[in-house]
Design a protein around this ligand. Structure first.
Ligand SMILES: Nc1ncnc2c1ncn2[C@@H]1O[C@H](COP(=O)(O)OP(=O)(O)OP(=O)(O)O)[C@@H](O)[C@H]1O
Length: 420
């Protein structure tokens, strides 16, 4: 094979034909080199560059989202007084989408502090969103209570808090969704109450007691709920009870046993005498509310009934009268009498009356209540006659007016803003 001159022209003695063949075969070679080596390298480089740039921009945008989130979180924390919350922040847009823009169709109920909506997160998880209304009495303090305090608590008989959101004037709390909503919706409904047979009612009573034992004694903190009532007990799909609404809850630190407030909050009928009249609250004021609720669950009668109960001014007076006359079984809701264990129901009436005694020291602690409920042979002390401080509706209303108390709708949480 002849040489190729530097110029690329055919060397002397090499025919034009041969030169063409040689140059065409060399061009083919080059093509092969380009196809087999250069192209794959370039393609690889391109792919790597694309992947690198893609990752970089994704990282940047996710950092942006995180930063945005962090910013919102910081603003929220500021409003919460820079306190540490273990509760996740949920974006307002996510809540809007989840609740179908707070559509009426999604509304689960309405309390003294605002409306509660059902929602579904993108993951498919069902939630309940409490949207605190601007005009409600619940301010930053109560909101902080739920966000900072309750997020730290976990018990199977407490409603689970899943997150919170602060967006401009909006304050939202996100809870697990409880299919059967609140106990009052069953207990005081003529058709639905039959769902609550005795076994279910007794399980609910024991569950609430265990939840309160946790709040009072077994958790890291001593927590006084201050607003226990039938509408603050939510029921899951298996009718297992969950205590909710911790806006009014207070923590006791160290050896603190009792506190006094000028701002009495709670619900008439469920409030212990010393709390309603003098503003003193303690674990024993929760015990009192528990006793009232226990009697309601047994009888299906409301403590705040606008009518006399068999000529008695209220449920407590009625229960006491039946018990001292040896007729306590008459208190039991007629829809559960059949098939119920009489000894259990009578024991519950007895425990209820122990809880609603006038003097806080006479009322049992939650640990004793749980023990008495779970051990049918545990001896029960004799209750003292309860003070009928809760008068007939009209009298109670007059009294409220005299005391200058504000009240929301019947049975809803009330707040006393003025001192005694
Ligand atoms: N996690 C939840 N899952 C399902 N329904 C709920 C949930 N939380 C609240 N609800 C429904 O929303 C209603 C209103 O609840 P909310 O706690 O605001 O008020 P309330 O307890 O009825 O009254 P108050 O504000 O006086 O305590 C409840 O009665 C219940 O039916």
């Amino acid at each position: 094979m002849g040489e190729l001159a530097d110029t690329g022209r055919p060397a002397s003695g090499i025919s034009e034909n041969l030169y063409l063949r040689i140059s065409s075969s060399s061009a083919n070679g080059k093509k092969i080199v380009i196809l087999k080596i250069v192209l794959p390298i370039v393609a690889c480089l391109l792919i790597f560059t694309c992947i690198y740039l893609g990752c970089k921009s994704r990282g940047k945008s996710s950092r942006n989202v995180q930063n945005k989130h962090k910013l919102k979180h910081l603003n929220a924390s500021d409003e919460l007084g820079n306190e540490d919350t273990e509760l996740p922040f949920v974006g307002f847009e996510d809540i809007l989408v989840a609740t179908n823009y707070f559509s009426d169709h999604n509304m689960l109920g309405k309390g003294g502090f605002g409306k509660v909506y059902k929602g579904m997160l993108e993951s498919g998880k069902e939630i309940a969103v409490k949207r605190l209304s601007m005009g409600s009495g619940q301010g930053v303090e109560e909101f902080r209570n739920e966000v900072v305090l309750i997020a730290k608590l976990q018990h199977r008989n407490l409603v689970r808090h899943l997150g919170y959101c602060i967006h401009e004037d909006e304050k939202l709390l996100i809870y697990e969704y409880l299919r059967n909503k609140s106990l009052d919706a069953f207990l005081f409904d003529a058709t639905k109450r039959v769902v609550l047979d005795w076994m279910t009612r007794f399980t609910i009573i024991k569950g609430i007691a265990r939840g309160f034992l946790y709040l009072h004694q077994d958790s890291r903190l001593t927590i006084i709920h201050r607003d226990l009532k039938a509408s603050n007990i939510l029921l899951d799909a298996k009718m297992s009870p969950k205590i909710s609404d911790f806006g009014m809850a207070r923590i006791f630190e160290g050896n603190e046993q009792q506190a006094n407030t000028k701002r009495v909050v709670g619900t008439y009928g469920y409030m212990s005498p010393e709390y309603a009249m003098e503003g003193y609250f303690s674990v024993k004021s929760d015990t009192y509310s528990f006793g009232v609720l226990l009697l309601e669950i047994l009888s299906g009668l409301r403590i705040n009934s606008p009518h006399l109960i068999m000529d008695f001014p209220n449920l407590i007076a009625y229960a006491w009268s039946l018990w001292v006359d040896g007729n306590a079984r008459e208190l039991v809701d007629s829809s559960v009498v059949e098939g119920c264990r009489l000894d259990e129901t009578l024991r519950c009436v007895h425990i209820g009356l122990l809880c609603v005694q006038d003097h806080p020291n006479a009322r049992p602690l939650m640990s004793s209540i749980v023990f008495m409920l779970e051990n049918e042979t545990a001896p029960l002390p004799i209750p003292e006659k309860p003070a009928y401080f809760m008068l007939r509706n009209q009298e109670a209303e007059d009294r409220r007016k005299c005391m200058g108390r504000s009240d929301t709708e019947n049975g809803m949480t009330i707040t006393t803003l003025e001192g005694r």
